[in-house]
Design a protein around this ligand. Structure first.
Ligand SMILES: *Cc1c(COP(=O)(O)O)cnc(C)c1O
Length: 411
């Protein structure tokens, strides 16, 4: 099968291209600069299903780069329910939620998620990104202040900007620093204390119990973005709020349906008033079309799988332990991860890309990540194991990590 090269447009003479006057020529200059700095990225193309052993760019690889923690992207029960929903309800919802695009299956998914998260109500958004950005922007004004961990996700940062609230950033997981910031604020105006549940680049956990206490003592709204935690942490994958036993102490929980749940979407979980307010004020809810019914059906099936097939989560954690121990035995610096996300920190950006490229040639896909996504001296190859990797696949990947690591003088 021929693989399209997403980075190099082929010559297509029927496309009109600007000849004399190109007001976008500065974009080409920017791209040339990225290439000079070795920061230009070609998109890798998946030419099979998103699964543990698959094919990218025509090469068969062990896949350590997806967020498909439980293998649900290809689970037969999700496929079946999605197909049935297409047959019963078609492929699109035809409208935003607040006009004609609320289908019974959307409400069923929200009821199921509320039960799952042990909260009064849930609203589903098109993605985790829009859930975060839409919610922060809706619940705050420019009179308010956000107190935010320095490593929080981009969608939180964008939501803060859209809200026009003042943003105060605290050093990663430093609850005392957050406390000092709050103490220095004027008494008026609302305050939102916000953290990721699992941080996506290091795989470590936010200090939820201490942050909840701080929020309670200082009257802050407490918000947790649990995108990498649902389906991974807590009873039946209920997330970090369950893992830490802080039910009822987090006012706004955000989750995604795009990672462990295997489909697409994001959601906000909290009080009935919070959810009804978002129905009226969250701009992605009001101005962007709702999910196709097949997506909602697949997500409902995923919740069934989480409660009825607990062995999948057990396998995820078995694989996580096996792979982390293997990387540590090889002598790599794997940082402070507590989750199935394990970084292999090499420091220099060019070295991280080299390690990733050589691993790919050897049949292992693990994405290199450098500045500005992580600090300049903390470049890494990020690995994510899933429940569906076999022990043989993980041993193969470890063997290749060892060989390429030696070749590049890293271990
Ligand atoms: C992936 C991610 C999101 C965005 O979720 P999508 O459903 O992919 O839009 C939000 N927050 C965090 C921490 C994430 O890792």
């Amino acid at each position: 099968m021929s693989v399209p090269d997403a980075g190099t447009p082929t010559l297509r003479p029927w496309i009109y291209s600007p000849m004399r006057h190109d007001p976008l020529s500065y974009l080409g200059d920017e791209l040339r600069l990225l290439k000079e700095q070795n920061l230009y990225r070609r998109l890798r193309v998946l030419d099979d299903e998103q699964k543990a052993h698959t094919s990218f760019d025509g090469r068969s690889v062990v896949n350590l780069s997806s967020n498909n923690y439980l293998g649900l992207t290809t689970h037969p029960r999700l496929r079946q329910k999605a197909l049935e929903a297409i047959q019963a309800f078609g492929v699109g919802s035809g409208s935003v939620r607040s006009i004609a695009g609320t289908m019974a299956i959307h409400l069923e998914l929200e009821r199921r998620l509320a039960e799952f998260k042990r909260v009064e109500a849930v609203v589903v958004f098109q993605s985790g990104f829009t859930a975060n950005a839409g919610t922060v922007a809706a619940i705050l004004t420019k009179e308010d202040v956000v107190i935010s961990d320095e490593l929080n996700h981009a969608s939180i940062i964008d939501g803060c900007r859209l809200s026009r609230a003042t943003v105060k950033v605290f050093p990663h997981k430093d609850v005392d620093a957050a406390r000092a910031i709050i103490a220095s604020l004027p008494a008026t105006g609302r305050k939102l204390l916000i953290t990721d549940g699992v941080f996506s680049m290091d795989g470590d956990l936010g200090p939820l119990p201490d942050l909840c206490t701080l929020a309670e003592e200082t009257g802050c709204i407490m918000m947790v973005d649990d995108a990498h935690a649902s389906g991974v942490f807590g009873t039946q994958g209920r997330g970090t709020v369950d893992h830490f036993g802080v039910h009822g102490r987090v006012d706004v929980q955000v989750g995604t349906l795009s990672k462990a749940i295997g489909a697409l979407g994001g959601y906000v979980a909290g009080s009935r008033d919070l959810i009804e307010f978002l129905y009226h004020r969250a701009r992605p809810f009001l101005f962007s079309t709702s999910h196709p019914p097949a997506v909602a059906a697949a997500c409902i099936a995923a919740l069934d799988v989480l409660s009825e097939e607990p062995d999948i989560m057990e396998r995820l954690w078995e694989n996580t332990r096996l792979f982390k121990a293997g990387l540590a035995d090889l002598g790599f610096n794997t940082g402070i991860s507590e989750s199935p996300i394990t970084p292999v920190i090499v420091g220099d950006g060019a070295m991280a890309m080299k390690l990733s490229d050589r691993l790919f040639e050897e049949g292992v896909f693990a994405q290199g990540i450098a500045y500005p996504t992580v600090a300049r001296d903390r470049a890494r190859v990020r690995t994510i194991v899933t429940a569906t990797h076999t022990a043989g696949e993980l041993r193969f990947a470890l063997d290749r990590f060892g060989a390429v690591g030696k070749e590049l003088g890293l271990v």
